[in-house]
Design a protein around this ligand. Structure first.
Ligand SMILES: Cc1cc2nc3c(=O)[nH]c(=O)nc-3n(C[C@H](O)[C@H](O)[C@H](O)COP(=O)(O)OP(=O)(O)OC[C@H]3O[C@@H](n4cnc5c(N)ncnc54)[C@H](O)[C@@H]3O)c2cc1C
Length: 333
């Protein structure tokens, strides 16, 4: 096995014994860094019965995949993953470790960083290599999204960060790309998990989770109340989309947190993003500006959302929503 201490690592994720799409997005982030460092890019794949899936990561940019495949890893238990990652970092000394800011990444990475005394920058929006020092520059919004801060990790490697899911598209797969598959057995003395897996209850919402949706119908405080907000669900059903929300709408209890788009919610990159009664605060824009087409409805001609919208509709959100629902229903009939 070829151990190179400058390796860039990404933490692949597994759901239901399949590689989760964020794993491919992470490789797009990692590939750029590895290329500018002249270093290999490796993915770490931890799970049960997943060895046969590891090769799927090569076409998306991985040079190597470290696979830890063990029956004890059937379910995601945070402390088990941290124990394994600590062991791997100590054995292989990667230079950079990138994870996705999913529930998994957001729980594993802080615990790992405390365990191995390495810095961690969460929710980066840009990553690059400083040509002078060769260090990782981790860029992320700070002070409520009003400034972009460049952060470098002090002290020992790995330099660790998380990036938002859907903040980069996976590379175009190159099926001729091959790589090195490394099956790693965890060190014998690793402690067993202190956690017990009880079960998994999927969230019941209309359509796909917002991060996977191609069409998102979002609402803000301009929707006035929860009854009006429910109309967004009707439109989502008619268009085959998913309902999103501003933080204000979530704080008012009109939508669950899982629907929140923005800096402290989720980043989304749908084909179409419809915003009803959302002002367009920087923290909201930070999560949806990557949408292909943004359609905004607001009665205030000065609403900041119009600055990023491809189609700006000045008018009453409720009237326009009702009109759209009616005409779509008629068309369906
Ligand atoms: C650290 C931090 C993190 C944050 N994270 C997020 C985040 O992740 N996501 C997020 O969304 N926000 C976030 N915020 C909050 C953000 O600053 C805004 O407060 C929030 O986005 C405003 O939500 P809104 O647009 O629904 O409400 P408002 O700003 O109150 O806007 C309501 C809009 O509706 C319009 N309107 C009213 N009535 C009608 C009508 N009848 N027809 C048409 N238009 C109408 C108004 O003109 C107005 O533009 C964060 C803030 C901080 C400080």
């Amino acid at each position: 096995m070829n151990v190179n201490k400058n390796e860039v690592w990404t933490l692949a994720e597994v759901r239901n014994k399949d590689i989760h799409p964020v794993s491919r997005e992470l490789l797009a982030w990692g590939r750029e860094l590895a290329d500018s460092m002249g270093a290999p890019l490796a993915s770490v794949l931890i799970g049960c019965g997943i060895s046969s899936k590891a090769e799927e990561l090569f076409p998306y940019g991985a040079d190597k995949v470290y696979v830890i495949d063990d029956p004890s890893l059937e379910y995601f238990l945070c402390d088990s993953q941290v124990n394994i990652l600590e062991d791997l970092v100590n054995r292989f000394s990667p230079s950079i470790l990138i994870a996705s800011a999913t529930t998994q990444g957001r729980t594993v990475m802080p615990m790992l960083s405390a365990r191995i005394s390495c810095g961690l920058t969460a929710d980066c929006t840009e990553l690059s290599i400083d040509p002078g020092s060769g260090k990782l520059i981790q860029t992320r919004p700070a002070i409520g999204g009003n400034v972009m801060a460049d952060i470098k990790t002090r002290g020992r490697d790995p330099q660790m960060c998380t990036v938002r899911p859907k903040s980069k598209r996976p590379l175009c797969p190159d099926i001729s790309r091959k790589g090195e598959l490394i099956n790693v057995s965890p060190s014998a003395n690793l402690p067993a998990s202190a956690l017990t897996y009880l079960g998994f209850t999927p969230e019941t919402s209309i359509g796909l989770p917002i991060q996977e949706a191609e069409i998102i119908i979002s609402g803000g405080k301009g929707m006035k109340n929860s009854k009006n907000f429910a109309k967004l669900e009707e439109l989502a059903r008619l268009l085959g989309g998913t309902v999103g929300a501003s933080r204000m709408a979530v704080d008012l209890g009109w939508a669950p947190y899982s629907a929140q788009v923005g800096l402290s919610g989720k980043s989304v990159t749908p084909r179409i993003y419809l915003a009803f009664g959302i002002s367009g605060a920087v923290q909201h824009i930070a999560g949806m500006s990557g949408a292909e087409t943004i359609i905004a409805v607001n009665h205030d001609p000065e609403a900041p959302i119009f600055r990023v919208a491809d189609l700006s509709i000045q008018g009453d959100a409720l009237e326009i929503l009702d009109g759209l629902i009616d005409s779509l229903k008629k068309r369906q009939q």
